[in-house]
Structures are given as structure tokens and as C-alpha cells.
Design a protein around this ligand. Sequence first.
Ligand SMILES: CC(C)(COP(=O)(O)OP(=O)(O)OC[C@H]1O[C@@H](n2cnc3c(N)ncnc32)[C@H](O)[C@@H]1OP(=O)(O)O)[C@@H](O)C(=O)NCCC(=O)NCCS
Length: 168
Amino acid sequence: MVTVRFATPEDLPSILTIYNQGIEDRIATLEQDTKDMSYITRWFAEHTGRYRVLVAENQGSVVGWADLHPYSHRCAYAGVGELSVYVHREWRGKGVGQALLRELEAFARENEFHKLVLGTFPFNSSGQGLYRKMGFREVGVFKNHGKLDGNWVDVMWMEKLLDVDVDR
Ligand SMILES: CC(C)(COP(=O)(O)OP(=O)(O)OC[C@H]1O[C@@H](n2cnc3c(N)ncnc32)[C@H](O)[C@@H]1OP(=O)(O)O)[C@@H](O)C(=O)NCCC(=O)NCCS
């Protein structure tokens, strides 16, 4: 049974481990070097007010996390939140990502976001499966958007409108 709650500084070692797994697996991010505690502590401190980190917990262990961070620092985009989600290797495919995104979306709605966006690799089938299941749609694909181990990779942007029907 997985529960979702706001992260605390005590969760940072687990959040770091899970993030580094995502980096090592080369399917989630253009980051290539694993991170350390000082990096993740700075990252956590950047989450204030409407921008938060959630963790999924099972029997006292953190098994995944998701965060909401600014899409842009321009005021005009205050209603657009960008998200990340990472699940521990041993917990993928067990509904943790879905539980995290459900709570993240509820938090975003309560905090006057009208849209969630994210970037994902077109070859990240589990990521896309999760996002599509949660009602995100493909916006488009940036070609050669970044390099991973020296090779160009494309990045797909996806969005979910929270207050209007996307097919209007
Ligand atoms: C991507 C990730 C967050 C998904 O979370 P998850 O807990 O594994 O996903 P869930 O078990 O909640 O699955 C939700 C839905 O996603 C889809 N899905 C999950 N794994 C999938 C896979 N391997 N292939 C295709 N679709 C998949 C399914 O539609 C699933 O719903 P279903 O079980 O009812 O069929 C997780 O696998 C992960 O952390 N991967 C590494 C890091 C990463 O890629 N993060 C995203 C960066 S953009």
C-alpha cells in the first residue's frame, strides 16, 4: 500500500538515490552525472509556496517522488507548472507513478495552476504510458534537443489542461 505526502528534508537521501537511478538508466533526463546530497539539498530548497515535492511511501520507505517546478519565471506563465516524476527501480510498474501524479495534479488544481507540462524522451515508453494514462497529450517533439552520451536526442513535450477540455 503506497501513500503520497509532501517530502521533508529527511526524505532527501531516498529522493537522491531514486533520481540517480533515473540518471543511470538513461531514459529519464539529459543529466549524465549522478548527483550528491548538496545538489539535492539545494534543489529541494528551491521548492517553496506553490512548488512542492511529493513522495510515495511504502511501510516507511520512500519508493518514488514527483515535483512541481516553474515552467517559466515570467508572471504570464504562473499558471503553468512543470513536473518531474521518478520511481525506484524495484517499484516501477506497480502504480506508484500514477499515485504520485494523481496527488500532484490535485495539489496543482488547489494552487491555481491551469496546466501541467513536461518533457520526456520519445523512447521512454513507461513515462509516456503513464502520462497518456493520466490524460496528458503530446504537444510536439523538439529534434536534437540535447545530447546524451554524445548522441543527439529528441525531447517530446506533453501537457494536461486542468480547467478546460483539451478537445474544445
Ligand atoms: C516513468 C515512471 C515514472 C512511471 O511510473 P510507474 O510507477 O512505473 O508507472 P505506473 O505503474 O503508475 O503505471 C501507470 C501507467 O503507465 C503505463 N506504463 C507503466 N509502465 C509502462 C511500461 N513499461 N510500458 C508502457 N506503459 C507503461 C501504463 O499505462 C500504466 O497503467 P496500467 O498499469 O494500468 O497499465 C517510472 O517507470 C520511472 O520512474 N521510470 C524512470 C524515471 C523516468 O523515466 N521518469 C520520467 C521522466 S520523463
